[in-house]
Design a protein around this ligand. Sequence first.
Ligand code: HEC
Ligand code: HEC
Length: 349
Amino acid sequence: MTLSAKNHLLFSLILIFSSPLLSAKPDGEQLYTTHCSACHGADGHGGVGVPLALPDFQYGVTNDYLKKSIRLGRPGRIMPAFTQLKDDEVNAIVKYIRSWAPGKPFKYSNKKINGNVAHGKQLYQKNCASCHGSKGEGGKGTGVTFSRPRDLPIIAPALNNPGFLSSAPDLMIKTVLMNGREGTPMLSYLKLGLSEKDIDDVVSYVRSFENNIVATKSNEKLEPIISYESPNSLEKTVESIERAAIGKNFRIIRKQYLNQGLVKAGQENKKQVMIYFCNFNLLNRALAIDPRIGLFLPCRITALEKDGKVLVMASNPLYMSRLFNNEKLTKLCQEMYDVYSDIVEESTF
Ligand code: HEC
Ligand code: HEC
C-alpha cells in the first residue's frame, strides 16, 4: 500500500469514527461536507451554490436565516430543502459555517418596512431586473459559474422564491441593498445613488413577490421515474422497446444487463436489461445548450422482471432538468420526456 493510500484509509477511518452515528454531538464540519460542500465548496467559496464564506454575507445574515434556508431550500432552484436533518444537526452546520468569518452577524427585528410598492417596482425594473430577472426569478443557471462562460461570476439568486422570502426579514433585504456584498456582483445601492427611502420602496416591492407565489410549473408534482407495467414477457418487452426507439429515429447503441461489469461475467442478473439509444441530431443540439446534459445521455430505458411482473422504466429527464433552471435545457428535456413516454407506452401495449 502506498503512503497516500494508507493516509486515505486512515482518513476514512477517522471519518467513520468521528461520524455522528458514534459520537454524541453532531459534527458540523462532517455534516457540511456530506450535504453542502459539493455545491458550496469545501471552504464555502462556492461552486454550483453561491459562496457562504464571504464576510458581507456572514455579517449580513442571521443564524435564523441560515437555518430556514437549510430547512426550506429554494424550491424550483437547485438548493434542496433539508427536511431530514435533526435540529441539532442543522445547528451544528450553522456553527461550522460561522467558523469561516470571525465577528458577530447583524441582528434584525422582524419589523416590516412599509415602502411604496409601485415606486419600488419602477426602481426594481431599472436597477435589479437585469440580474435577478423581471419577476425576481433569479439569474439563469445557479451558483458560481462553472460549466460555460456566463455574464456573471456569481449567478443572482431568485428573490421571488418562497424559500428566500420565508427566510429573509425585510431588514435583512434592506441591509443587502444598503451595503451590497463585497466580492460579488451585488453592489451597494446607497453608493450607487438610491436614497434610503428608495431602498425601502424596493424592499417592499421584493416583499410583494409573496403575493404572486402560485402553483408555478416548478411546484407541479413531477415523478422522478416514468414507469409502466408490460403485459408481455421480458424478452418481448425488450424487443418492443428497441422497435419503438428505432421508430422514433433513434439508433440502439447497446443492450446490457443492469449490473453487467459490476459482477463477474456470467453472474449478471438476466432479469434486468438496460437499453441505450441515441440520436445524433438530439445529441448535438443538447451539447450546444449545456454540457451538463451529458448526465442524461445516451438515452436509456430499463426493462426488468420483478415478482412475476415486467416493468419498463426510465428516469424522468424533466425531473432532473428542473435542477438546472435553464429554460432551453428544460425544453429539450420536455422533448426527451415526450419521447420516453411514447416509447415506454408503446412497448407496454
Ligand atoms: C445541489 C446544490 C446545493 C446543495 C447540495 C446545497 N446548496 Fe445551498 N444553495 C445552492 C444554490 C444554487 C443557492 C442559490 C439559490 C438561488 O440561486 O436562487 C443556494 C443558496 C443557499 C443559501 C442562501 C445563500 C444566500 O446568498 O442567501 C444558503 C444559506 C445555503 N444555500 C446553505 C446551504 C447549506 C448549509 C447546505 C447543506 C446543508 C446547502 N446549502 C446545500 C445550491 C446548493
Ligand atoms: C450585477 C448583477 C446584480 C444586480 C444589478 C443586482 N443584484 Fe442582487 N445579487 C446579485 C448577486 C450575484 C447576488 C448574490 C451575492 C452573494 O453571493 O452573496 C445578489 C444578492 C442579492 C440579495 C441577497 C439574496 C440572497 O439569497 O442572499 C438580494 C436581496 C438582492 N441581491 C437584491 C437586489 C436588488 C433589490 C437589486 C436592485 C436594487 C439587485 N439585487 C441588483 C447580483 C445583482
